[in-house]
Structures are given as structure tokens and as C-alpha cells.
Design a protein around this ligand. Structure first.
Ligand code: NDP
Length: 278
């Protein structure tokens, strides 16, 4: 365990999907603030690389697999005897293996804009839902909703008896404002807000706080995959840019820390002004 002082000194924090992107930066900032991060993700070698850098445990964990989740949290309890912070970060956009759909979304947005500027009704429509299979739908809901639920349930077996803990769920502006062409992702991220509020109320009597972060568009591999949409997204953001991973990591540090001791059931949304109401 790290010994230097910080806003999270002495805390043990498990982060899912933490080998890269937002999860990895949250783990780095938690470490900088004195926490011991436990890195979990699909790839064991990628987890190990970051854990070696930060000096914590690494576990391969697919959050959709309930039995595997139970096993990893049992190891955390055995190794540390405590868990102070859980960040339910693992996520997929559902578009990572559908580049043609991303390009189509861009083409349609441009065509609709041209129609509007010419004073015409829209002549083309996204129709993404019509091309979404049962499998596409279930896969996105499983990673976000099953994953958040399974990990929270197991975390509570450790945090509950200690009467202390902070749980942070990664939602999205897609869960607060909605977004065209991403119905499963929007439903999953809105569902995470429902889980956040339900769990905040359920666990408050045990001294455990549950909050959500609803990031705007942030530069990671997930948004790299948006290719041609990226300049459009930056242009639609009042701050004129996409966010960086620290824009979210610092929000997680705050929610995990004692500075947020009166904060539960809330949604913090660093988004450059893209969406201004939760
Ligand atoms: P990345 O794609 O960069 O990282 C996501 C990580 O989650 C990857 O390491 C991925 O593993 C892992 N992962 C995927 N499926 C599973 C699974 N079943 N179990 C465990 N880990 C899994 O995404 P971001 O860092 O951008 O996103 C992190 C979170 O923030 C997600 O929940 C995302 O929805 C949310 N978010 C992101 C925004 C953005 O603009 N970037 C905006 C709003 C919310 P692998 O690399 O092996 O696929």
C-alpha cells in the first residue's frame, strides 16, 4: 500500500475497464492521491502493465460474468480486507466494430443539415434501430447494466459491514440528453443513473455514497472510433473541443474523496457545456 498523503490516502479502489482510457487515468489520479488502485479489465496483460506502473493488484475481469465478478471481489477481500472505492467504468459504445454505421451517421447528419439549410424537410433518416440486432442490443446492456449491478453487489459485501465506501458509476451525456443512433447505449447509460439513485438510497444507511459521472465527449479509443464525426462533435461543444481523460479523472477523485461526504445520488457531468441539465 502506498504511504504518501493525498485526498485518497490509504484507500483501496477497484476500477473496472481500467487498462486504458478513462479507467486508466482514474487509476493514475487515485494513485497520485494516495489510493491503492486495483486494475481490472478484459485483458490480463494490459491490466498487469498498468498495475506494475502504479503498484497495485491486477485482475482479468469481464464484468458481464457474474461468477467471475464474485471471484475477483473475494480475492480483493482476502488480499486487502477492505474496499473503499468502486468505479464501475467498463463500457462499450456498441459501434466499435461497426465503422460503416459511424460513417452512415455522419453522412445522414450532413444531409439533414443541408436539407434544413435549404428549407426542406429531412430527406434521409438514421434508422439505426432497424439495423440493430437482438445481440447488439443485449451486448451493450450487459456490459453497462449487468456489469454495474454485479460489481456493486459484490463490492457491497465488503463495504457494507465496514459502514463506509464510495461507488462511482460511469454514465454519459447520452444517458441524460439522449442521442440519435445509439439507443442501446443511451438506454444503458440512463439505466445506470437509475441504478445510481436506487443504490444511493439503499446504501445510505450503511454510510456508502453512490454517484454517477456523465462525461461529455472525451478523447479515448472509444471516441477515436467516431472518425469523421469528431470535428462535428467539437463544433457542437460550447468549449470548442472534446475533453481529455483528466477532465473525468478529477471528477472521480472528488466524488471518491471526503470532500464529497455530503454528496450521494448525484450526477456530475464534465462536458464542456454540451449539455447543461441532468
Ligand atoms: P475505452 O474503450 O477507451 O475503454 C473501455 C475499457 O473497458 C476498455 O479497456 C475495454 O476493454 C473495457 N471493457 C469493455 N468491455 C468490458 C467488459 N465486458 N468487462 C470489463 N471491461 C470491459 O472507453 P472510455 O475510456 O472512453 O470509456 C470508459 C467509460 O466511460 C465507459 O463506460 C464509457 O461508456 C464511458 N463514457 C465515455 C465517454 C467518452 O467520450 N470517451 C463519454 C461518456 C461516457 P478492451 O480494451 O479489451 O475492449
Amino acid at each position: 500500500m502506498t504511504t504518501h498523503e493525498g485526498r485518497l490516502a490509504g484507500k483501496v479502489a477497484l476500477i473496472t475497464g481500467a487498462a486504458r482510457g478513462l479507467g486508466a487515468q482514474i487509476a493514475r489520479r487515485f494513485h497520485d492521491e494516495g489510493a491503492t488502485p486495483i486494475i481490472t479489465d478484459l485483458s490480463e496483460s494490459a491490466c498487469r502493465e498498468l498495475a506494475d506502473e502504479l503498484g497495485g493488484d491486477a485482475f482479468a475481469l469481464d464484468v458481464t460474468q457474474s461468477a467471475a465478478v464474485t471471484e475477483v471481489f473475494a480475492k480483493v477481500a482476502a488480499n486487502h480486507g477492505r474496499l473503499d472505492i468502486l468505479v464501475n467504468n467498463a463500457g462499450i459504445s456498441g459501434m466499435e466494430d461497426r465503422p460503416e454505421e459511424v460513417q452512415r451517421g455522419y453522412d445522414i447528419a450532413m444531409a439533414q443539415m443541408a436539407d434544413t439549410m435549404a428549407g426542406n424537410p429531412p430527406s434521409v433518416h438514421p434508422d439505426v434501430t432497424l439495423r440493430t440486432t437482438d445481440q447488439d442490443w443485449h451486448r451493450v446492456l450487459a456490459v453497462h447494466l449487468d456489469g454495474t449491478f454485479f460489481c456493486t453487489r459484490e463490492a457491497m459485501r465488503i463495504m457494507g459491514p465496514k459502514r463506509s465506501g464510495a461507488i462511482i458509476n460511469l454514465s454519459s451525456i447520452m444517458g441524460t440528453s439522449g442521442g440519435s443512433g445509439a439507443s442501446a447505449y443511451c438506454a444503458a447509460k440512463a439505466g445506470i443513473l437509475g441504478l445510481t439513485r436506487a443504490h444511493a438510497r439503499e446504501f445510505v444507511s450503511q454510510g456508502i455514497r453512490v454517484n454517477a459521472i456523465a462525461p461529455g465527449w472525451i478523447e479515448t479509443a472509444m471516441t477515436d472510433a467516431l472518425g469523421p464525426m469528431r470535428p462535428l462533435i467539437a463544433a457542437q461543444t460550447p468549449m470548442g473541443r472534446m475533453g481529455d481523460t483528466d477532465d473525468i479523472a478529477w471528477a472521480a477523485v472528488y466524488l471518491a474523496s471526503e470532500e464529497a461526504k455530503f454528496v450521494t445520488g448525484q450526477v456530475l457531468s464534465p462536458n464542456g457545456g454540451w449539455y447543461m441539465s441532468q
